[in-house]
Every structure is written in structure tokens, then in C-alpha cells.
Design a protein around this ligand. Sequence first.
Ligand code: CUA
Length: 314
Amino acid sequence: MNPKTASSWVPPEASTVARETDSLIIFIANAGAILFVAVTLVSLYYLWKYRRTGEKPTFTSPISHNNRLEIIWTLIPTVLVFMIFFWGFRSYMDMRVVPANSMQIKVTGKKWFWAFDYPSGTNSVNELVVPVGKPIKALISSTDVIHSFYIPAFRIKMDAVPNRYTTVAFTPTEVGTYDIFCAEYCGTSHSGMIGKVHVKTEAEYKKWLEEAESGGKMAPAEFGAKLYVSKACATCHSIDGSANTGPTWKGIFGKKHKMADGSEVLVDENYIRQSILEPNAKVVAGYQPVMPTYQGLLKDKQIDALIEYIKTLK
Ligand code: CUA
């Protein structure tokens, strides 16, 4: 949360779209409040003015038509509706029309995580990193069911639909970390399909790109530990022995495991590599074949690092 813009009234405003969306919503809320108070006051006044005072009922003169009133109560709402329409349309077009100098990030929804592909070929899972002030075009799709890519602080929400692309444009304006949610019910772990968007300065963004790619100067096992979190392995695999959607990683290396088809498999480097790239080739007994493939999401060096990390989990 960015303390500068966060309030109890709205989430932080961290994109160009956010400012516009909020000012329109605040305008509608204020106009609504003013009209509500005005109508209520007038109603109360006439309730009082025409209250029953004597035994005999009093009647006002029969009014059949009033041109001035008709014009006023047609004109005011019409002007309001047109204002709201054009204002909203402008904000909408800001999200829909992608600026020419924008950077494209591919956003892929999968059961149950978000994968991000950057122009340099780097990718990340559940952690979206963007440079501040740079117009971003999010090219969104899904590999399974419909998800919805939602960043409240940017005021953007767009469906991720299998077999087609959707796009949304935004420019992050405030350095900080903000929530990413899935806003379309998509199955068992829909509520766990959450991530963070990190808005960094240009220099920090470049540094992050380098480290995400190769681990920088980290030892393989240390890089693996980082990938365990950043590639969302942690969503399904524990490292403390507890069962989750997938088997725990604790103490598995070098041991034999029973598979769903009754065979036994030794957990070695090749088995782990295969499990990452073709998760459903060998499924551990007692688990569902729900792991998505990480083909294209992990580079060889990253797979090596994960294997070294698993070795350390005794
Ligand atoms: Cu993906 Cu809900």
C-alpha cells in the first residue's frame, strides 16, 4: 500500500487510469448525494406545508402542465447523463487504446496462478514487475478456464479467456507494491490466485530483470529457494512435510515414491525435471493430475536451481 494515496475510501491510486476512474466515481457519488438531499428536503417541506390543519381538507389549485418545470427536470438529468457518458467513455478509451510507446507484457491465467512474460524473454509468476511511468499493454489470455486479471490500485480488470486475447492499457504512476486478484470464480484455488505488482524505478526494473533471468551471483540452491516462491511452486508444494495440492518437497530427493499407476519411481534429477515440464507423465499416488506444465516458463538454469534447492530440503 502506498500511504500517499491510500485511504479508507478508495484503494491507492497507482495508475493514470485510477485518477480518472476515481474522479468520475466521486463526481457521481457527490451528484447523487446532492440530488438525494435536495429531493428529501423538498419532500419534507411539502409534507409539512400541506399537513392536515383543520377539519376540512384543503386542496391546491389543479395544475395540469408547467413548461418551466418540464424543461428543468428534463434538462438537468440529460446534461448529467451526457457528462457521465463522455467522461466514462474517455476513461474507457484510455484503457482500451494502447499508446504507441507502450511495453507489452503477456499475462497468462492458469489454474491457479498468473504468469507474466516480458519483452526481454524473462518471465515471472504471480509477481508482476513494471517500471514506473511506462505505458504498459497487458496482453491477456488463459490456458484453461476464464480468469479475470484485476489490479484494484490501477483500477483495471479484464477477463482472461482461453483461446483468445484481451488487452488493457495502463501507466503505473506510483512506485510501490499492489495486489493482483483473480476476479472470476475459476475453481478450487480461485481465492489463492493472488499476486503482487511491483512498480519499480527504471534502474531497479532493469536490475530485477537481470536477477530474475539468471539469479545474478546467487548459489543455485539459493536461487532455487527464490524461484520456489517467485514461480508459485509454494502455492501447491510445502517444504515442511505437510500435504497440499501437490506432494511436499521435504525429504523427497533420493527416495522412492509410489505413483498413481502403482509403479515406484526414484526421485532424482531427471524425475524432477520431467515433473516440472510434463507434470502428468508420472503422478504421485494420492494426488490429482492438476499441475500445469512449466514448459517455457522455466529456463534450464532455473530448473537446475530448483533441483539443487529440493536437494537441500532434508
Ligand atoms: Cu482464476 Cu479465479
